[in-house]
Design a protein around this ligand. Structure first.
Ligand SMILES: Nc1ncnc2c1ncn2[C@@H]1O[C@H](COP(=O)(O)OP(=O)(O)O)[C@@H](O)[C@H]1O
Ligand SMILES: [Mg+2]
Length: 390
């Protein structure tokens, strides 16, 4: 059988190798989805025993900024994608000269830089929080004048899980924050007293067809995602607007791949986009059990040039992250509780703040309970009372 025959133009036939830059859990779960579709995956990582390498058919070990390593990696694959966003512009260009890179490096460059990201999102006609570029100390005083207090000061690069940002509540804090946050430039953002945080996963294929999953609500703890509620308990109007904004950004980027779009719902119901990530996203893990086609399969399909099925949801769901040694200690109870659907990432050491896995809990469509019901449904994982505001 010629598996290529009849596939859309440019689509990878079964047996092709998808190269993934980055060896963490997002690569692992993408590799597992790729295997189900008959693809092999090859990981570029410095961790021989990392989460993705454990389940891939090949690994190139080395640094993602070493041209020789990148060449060896590109030689081994048919297409390149990412689960790790901090590859250098030079590294990206080298990869793109050797194999198709999806999503395109230009998209990665926008998402790597909060200033470029805000400019792009605004230019696409999508609202963001008021912001001010902070190139030097004087610009910080201007930012206080235009944004008022409090505001959030962030690095433009390399931030994650709340690292690389500070809330400034008084002018006394400006000097220390300016010196502590690096590299410069920084970006100052108005502090949004949000009603809640939402995200939408959107995918766009080689043929330009795009799909968006339902908007979900995210709860953070210590700046790390703790819970995702699918669908977000917001009005149908807000939910539709969130999907529309995510699709508009994907279109403006000419995305081929998967994109997570994080948003704030302001007190007046207006949506403001916070940041974008052109890869699978922690707040999309609920799709692994609540949707016929998970975010990881959608990612693989988009990158491989396959058709994108509708991003439908057959169940409501709660996703709870398993973070650090405390929550890993609950593993025996988690696997003993019917209805909890666990996913572990194969990380050897449960350091504080490290994402070790997640658990999904499904409910019939329309039956997502309130905070009390969610806590009850999560059983042993409601251990610290952190669902009171869910
Ligand atoms: N302008 C803001 N106003 C209020 N809260 C914010 C603002 N920016 C960020 N936050 C809070 O900090 C979290 C992390 O910020 P984010 O910009 O998403 O950085 P990261 O790259 O760490 O995810 C957000 O999910 C939100 O809870
Ligand atoms: Mg974020």
């Amino acid at each position: 059988m010629d598996a290529e025959q009849g596939l859309p133009p440019g689509a990878l036939p079964p047996g092709s190798v998808i190269g993934i830059v980055g060896g963490g859990q997002l690569g692992r779960m993408s590799a597992m989805a790729a295997a189900r579709l008959g693809y092999r995956t090859h990981i570029l990582t410095h961790e021989a025993e990392g989460p993705a390498a454990q389940v891939a058919s090949g690994v190139t070990l080395g640094a993602h900024d070493d041209p020789a390593v990148l060449r060896r990696f590109a030689d081994a694959v048919d297409v390149v994608t990412f689960e790790f966003e901090n590859i250098s512009a030079d590294g990206l260009e080298l990869l793109a000269s050797l194999k198709p890179v999806r999503p395109d490096g230009a998209i990665l460059r926008i998402s790597q830089d909060r200033l470029a990201e805000k400019r792009f999102i605004e230019a696409a006609g999508v609202p963001v929080a008021p912001w001010h570029a902070v190139e030097d100390r004087a610009a910080l005083d201007v930012a206080v004048g235009t944004l008022g207090l409090p505001f959030v000061l962030k690095t433009t690069r390399l931030g994650y899980d709340g690292k690389g940002q500070r809330v400034i509540r008084s002018p006394d804090e400006l000097d220390a924050a300016f010196d502590a946050l690096a590299p410069h430039p920084l970006v100052a953002e108005a502090f949004i007293d949000f009603a809640c945080e939402l995200s939408v996963m959107v995918a766009r294929g080689l043929d330009g067809g795009a799909v968006a999953y339902d908007a979900v609500q995210n709860h953070h703890r210590d700046h790390i995602l703790n819970l995702t509620l699918a669908p977000a308990p917001v009005t149908p109007g807000i939910a539709a607007e969130a999907r529309a904004l995510a699709l508009r950004i994907a279109e403006a980027l000419s995305l081929v791949g998967l994109l997570g779009v994080e948003m704030f719902v302001a007190a007046d119901g207006r949506l403001l986009v916070n940041e974008i990530a052109p890869r699978p996203h922690n707040s999309g893990h609920w799709t692994m059990d609540a949707c016929p086609v998970s975010q990881f399969e959608m990612h693989v399909r988009a990158v491989a040039g396959l058709p994108l099925p509708p991003a439908v949801r057959h169940s409501d769901a709660v996703m709870k992250n398993l973070v650090g040694p405390g929550e890993m200690a609950l593993w025996p109870q988690i696997v003993a509780t019917p209805g909890l659907l666990p996913h572990l990432y194969g990380k050897q050491e449960a350091r504080p703040g490290r994402k070790m896995g997640h658990v999904n809990r499904l409910f019939p469509r329309g039956a997502l309970p309130g905070a009390f019901g969610i806590a009850a449904a999560l059983g042993p994982l409601a251990h610290d009372g952190s669902f009171s505001e869910a």
